[in-house]
Structure formats: structure tokens, C-alpha cells
Design a protein around this ligand. Structure first.
Ligand SMILES: [Zn+2]
Length: 392
């Protein structure tokens, strides 16, 4: 049985271990050691990484009491210096201990239980069996968790073998009593059976920031970050706010108000623009109506978007019965439309004829649209449709 050094001293970053067994399983190389500083994945906490001699530890797993070190190559020899990727481990300790604190304060303050925990690469989640949709309530919980961090309470790990002692600890999820039940206890905050790695005192968690609360399968999923992760999040968000402040010539106290006002201004301008665009399209339609021959019209715009082209078509068809084939060259798009009195299915016609051209399109009976990547393809397609419909 491998001696679990990480259970004796969670701060041990280096040791010398002896390789007891090497297993080649398909593509994998697995090492079993006499003693290890590497925590295997378990209880929601990802595994440690690091080096064994000159081999990289990619993953660590535990099965039937045996700890397997997944390495990139088999190290030569029997005895090796093992080095822990300490930054990764300490990050996991901060996040994991934060999870205990948050779960404990929620249970104490609201009576809700933690039903699920995931420590991801980016953020941590816990699933709470109660409603936490009130943002003020979430803030209150966050404050309580951070208070427990500032109080720098000892995080006690105790392995118990009798029911009485386990009951004394009043753990929040009582497992079936087993030998060597490992209890992690923070006085007045949390008590739970756990196999993970935690710092010696809550102060090392640094800070806990809840990012969002989301409804999840009748529960609430809380997303949060602790320690360095929370600091990096703050730095990133602060950078964004600072850049926004410069762009909007505002500071933290006025920026939201300024953005709301800018948004209103934008909608005003947009409405104004739509009105002008509509008036221009009506004028253009006036001009083009005279060029309709035998209820057929073909148009090609070098300087109009597909939206502007569509508006002009709309104005013409409101006043005249016609079949119009129009293209916007800047957008490389074609519209085929009529006023509803023509026995042609525009969408179907485009769909059936677009094969053989590098474009795509479709639509309904009155209006079809096609898009091309190449302007020459658009030209050939327009010519093809023109021949079918005999538009002059
Ligand atoms: Zn734990």
C-alpha cells in the first residue's frame, strides 16, 4: 500500500519515492510508488501533476486502494525524486476549502444542502437544494464565507474509527460509518467527510467570489472562484471596466448611467436612419417603376446593401404588379420577388436552380434570396434565372 504523504503533510512539495510496479496498459504507462506526494483525483478534486525523475505526471488515479501515477514515459531506475506542481495543488486547496466554507455557511444560514461539487479548470460549482435567486441573499452568503476566511480558522483533518466521535463532529453528509473516516472540520463553519487536500487555515483561501447563481434541476448552481483565481478574475474585469470608463469618459459611479443614455441615443438614431432609408427607397422606387416591361424588372445595385435593395423592391411592389430580380453587388446577394399575383414560386425556383453554382438560397412563394461568395457566380446565376423567366 502506497503511503499517502499528502495526507500527512499537505505542504510537502518534494520527496524521493521507490517504484514498486510499472504497468503498461494500452497506450498508458502507470507507476505504483512506495510513497507519494501526488493526490489522486477524487471527491470532486482533480489530480495533482508534477514529475517523477524525468517523467511527467499527467494524471493520478486511485482504484481499489492502489494509487496509479500516469506518466508520459517510464523512468529509468528504481528511486526517483518526485516534484509536485505546487501552483496547481495550492489552487486546488484554495478552491476546495472555499467549497467547504461556502457549503457550511449556506447550511447554517439557510438550511440548504450542497448536493454536488465540481472543481473545473476555470471555475468551481456547487449545487444547492434550495432557491438562491435573490442577489442580496447571495451577497449575504458571500460575505459570511469571506468572514470565515478572515477569521483564519484552523482547518482540522481527523481520521476517526468510532461512531461516537463521528457523531460529535456533526458532519453535514453522514456517510456509512467506515474505518478511517476522514473528517475535515472548521469550527463554527463546516464539518464533512472528505478525502481532498485543504490548507491549514481558512485565511489561505484568500477570498471567495460568487460569480453567478443559476437554476439547475430544481436546485441552484453557484459558480465561484477563490484565492488567486478570484484575484485574476477581478484584474480581468477591472481592466474591462477601466477601458470602458476611458471610452465613455466616465468613472465607476457614472458609467452605467452613461451607457444607458448612449443606448437610448443609439435607438433614436437608428429609428431616424430607418425613416430616411425608407424615404430614399421610395424615391428610388418612383424612378424605377417606369422601367418595368411586361411585369418584369431586373436590377443590379453597385452601392446598395441587400436591406436597401429589399426596401426598394417592397416600395415598387406596393404600387405595381411585377416580378423583380435584383442583386446587391456589395453583399453578393440576389432577391427574386413578386407582388403575389404571379404564378411563380420564388423560393422554390432559387432552391432548384442554385445547384451547379457556388451559393446557397431559398425562401417562400413571394420572395426568395440567394447568397454567393464569388461575384462571377452571382452574375452567372442571375443570367440563368433571367433566361428561365425571360426578364428583359
Ligand atoms: Zn474537502
Amino acid at each position: 500500500m502506497t503511503i499517502k504523504l499528502y495526507e500527512k503533510d499537505v505542504y510537502q512539495k518534494r520527496t524521493e519515492s521507490r517504484v514498486l510496479n510499472v504497468i503498461h496498459d494500452k497506450e498508458k504507462t502507470l507507476l505504483v510508488l512506495d510513497q507519494t506526494i501526488f493526490f489522486p483525483e477524487g471527491g470532486g478534486q482533480p489530480s495533482d501533476k508534477g514529475t517523477i525523475g524525468d517523467s511527467q505526471v499527467i494524471h493520478v488515479s486511485e482504484k481499489d486502494g492502489v494509487i496509479y501515477h500516469h506518466v508520459d514515459k517510464e523512468p529509468e531506475g528504481e528511486f526517483h525524486v518526485c516534484e509536485l506542481d505546487w501552483n496547481r495543488r495550492f489552487d486546488h486547496m484554495q478552491q476546495h476549502c472555499g467549497e467547504h466554507i461556502l457549503s457550511g455557511v449556506i447550511l447554517e444560514a439557510l438550511g440548504y444542502m450542497n448536493k454536488g461539487f465540481h472543481l473545473g479548470e476555470d471555475y468551481v460549482t456547487i449545487d444547492i437544494d434550495g432557491d438562491l435567486s435573490d442577489t442580496e441573499q447571495v451577497k449575504g452568503i458571500e460575505n459570511l464565507a469571506n468572514k470565515a476566511i478572515y477569521e483564519n480558522k484552523p482547518v482540522i483533518t481527523d481520521t476517526v474509527n468510532n461512531a461516537e466521535k463521528a457523531i460529535w463532529y456533526n458532519v453535514r453528509k453522514m456517510p456509512d460509518l467506515q474505518e478511517n473516516l476522514r473528517i475535515v472540520y472548521i469550527a463554527g463553519v463546516d464539518s464533512v467527510a472528505c478525502c481532498g487536500t485543504h490548507p491549514a487555515r481558512t485565511g489561505e483561501v484568500g477570498i471567495l467570489k460568487i460569480l453567478k447563481a443559476q437554476k439547475y434541476k430544481g436546485m441552484t448552481r453557484l459558480f465561484f472562484k477563490c484565492g488567486l483565481r478570484a484575484l485574476l478574475e477581478f484584474q480581468r474585469e477591472h481592466q474591462i471596466i477601466s477601458e470602458l470608463s476611458v471610452n465613455y469618459s466616465a468613472d465607476m459611479s457614472t458609467i452605467l448611467d452613461k451607457i444607458s443614455k448612449e443606448k437610448l441615443k443609439y435607438y433614436d438614431l437608428k429609428n431616424h436612419y430607418v425613416k430616411i432609408q425608407n424615404a430614399l427607397a421610395a424615391l428610388e422606387a418612383d424612378h424605377l417603376i417606369d422601367t418595368i416591361k411586361h411585369q418584369r424588372l431586373i436590377l443590379s445595385f453597385r452601392d446598395k446593401t441587400i436591406e436597401e435593395t429589399g426596401l426598394i423592391i417592397k416600395h415598387i411592389l406596393e404600387r405595381e404588379s411585377a416580378l423583380i430580380l435584383a442583386c446587391s453587388l456589395p453583399d453578393k446577394k440576389v432577391i427574386l420577388a413578386h407582388d403575389g399575383k404571379q404564378d411563380i414560386d420564388c423560393g422554390k425556383l432559387i432552391k432548384e436552380n442554385i445547384h451547379g453554382f457556388s451559393g446557397n438560397g431559398g425562401g417562400n412563394k413571394h420572395r426568395g434570396q440567394a447568397t454567393f461568395e464569388d461575384i462571377n457566380e452571382l452574375g452567372s446565376f442571375v443570367q440563368h434565372i433571367n433566361n428561365i423567366l425571360s426578364i428583359e
